[in-house]
Design a protein. Structure first.
Length: 371
């Protein structure tokens, strides 16, 4: 049963993780993209990190340079294991007093637990904030004005629109689709979000199906979909927004440097245009084939209001360039491939090469996983 702050909006239809739609997912996508609709992000959660040492501490244990984050500035970070695989991911916003971490709901508790375990004597506190709601919108329209008017709500600015300072884009395209999506998330007290919802009708709201369709079309990875136990940030082009290639030592940095320098991530993310799949939309995990060879699997899929059925897929680095086939519910679906991460990602990158460790502590630090 849904417990969304937008339950009372006409047409609200519950899905597995929150409100799926408000009656017409395609129209909701258009309104969301135009900045006139607000999406309750019930599938995500908020972690508050406070204390005077919060930023240098987070800087020392994550992939992003956040040590000097200014009040009101947004970014994104990853927590990697010692082998450089993605364990946790979060959007980051500091307001001068607290650092707000926006995580997928399935990851939030694990991330908060890990952070609390890594504190040691650091002057910082970590707290899950179930009393806060997350409202997604595209900047530039009335939706932005409504959310910003709620008790001066902090607004996270998705850094996916451009390559972050210290990051690198593998996608070899003149115009990245993420540049067109000015995605924002308001961090709002639950009571204020419910009061806003009471003033809305279905024309002012969009469900998770709409938000996911825009995300997939923008080639934007997220923990709940594109991450598994093998995931490296390079495979999803996550160096673009969540990894600073020139910061100091952190857990997993050696693998980040090695894979980037050699240019051979084991897998690569691709967008698939699905032909004739109006009746069947592949679920995450659906296998992808090149001829008789299985070369990957679907991570996310959606029916886009302009592009039709689309999906993100993690493919083997050696998967051929060209058309593929997705197998779903016993049906073979033709798929046209758009390359996001090239097979030789990083090998020809014209960027300063990161030394495998820019600094090495004299003794292993447990917060670095022994790096």
């Amino acid at each position: 049963m849904s417990t969304s702050v937008f339950d009372g909006v006409p047409g609200a239809t519950a899905g597995e993780r929150g409100i799926a739609h408000f009656g017409d997912p395609f129209r909701e996508q258009r309104r969301l993209a135009a900045g006139t609709a607000i999406a309750p992000l019930d599938d995500r959660a908020v972690i508050e990190v406070s204390g005077p040492e919060r930023l240098p501490w987070l800087d020392s244990i994550t992939s992003q340079a956040v040590g000097h984050l200014r009040a009101g500035e947004s970014t994104e970070l990853l927590v990697l294991d010692p082998q450089g695989r993605v364990e946790h991911a979060a959007g980051v916003l500091d307001d001068g007093t607290s650092t707000w971490l926006l995580a997928d709901a399935g990851d939030a508790e694990g991330l908060a637990t890990w952070l609390a375990r890594m504190k040691f004597r650091t002057q910082a506190t970590v707290e899950l904030r179930p009393d806060l709601a997350l409202l997604g919108f595209v900047d530039g329209g009335p939706a932005a004005e409504r959310v910003r008017g709620l008790d001066d709500a902090p607004i996270w600015v998705d850094p996916w629109q451009q390559v972050a300072v210290g990051g690198h884009q593998y996608a070899d395209v003149a115009a990245h689709p993420g540049a067109d999506l000015a995605w924002r998330v308001g961090i709002v007290p639950e009571a204020a979000a419910r009061a806003l919802a009471a003033e809305l009708d279905r024309e002012d709201a969009a469900g998770l199906l709409a938000a996911e369709a825009l995300r997939i079309a923008a080639w934007r990875p997220r923990w709940a979909a594109e991450v598994d136990e093998r995931s490296l940030p390079h495979e999803s082009d996550w160096l673009r927004s969540a990894v600073h290639l020139n910061k100091g030592c952190y857990r997993g940095q050696e693998t980040v440097a090695k894979v980037h320098n050699l240019g051979h991530p084991p897998r690569r993310l691709a967008l698939l245009q699905l032909d004739g799949s109006d009746a069947v939309l592949p679920e995450p995990g659906a296998p992808v084939f090149a001829g008789d060879d299985e070369v990957g699997h679907i991570t996310s899929s959606a029916r886009h209001h302009e592009d039709g059925p689309i999906a993100l897929a993690l493919l083997s680095r050696r998967a051929p360039i060209g058309d593929l086939v997705v197998r779903a519910e016993g049906i073979d679906i033709a798929a046209s491939q758009q390359i996001i991460v090239p097979a030789d990602a990083g090998a020809t990158a014209d960027v300063p090469r990161l030394t495998r460790l820019s600094r090495r502590p004299t003794a292993p630090d447990p917060r670095d996983g022994g790096v």
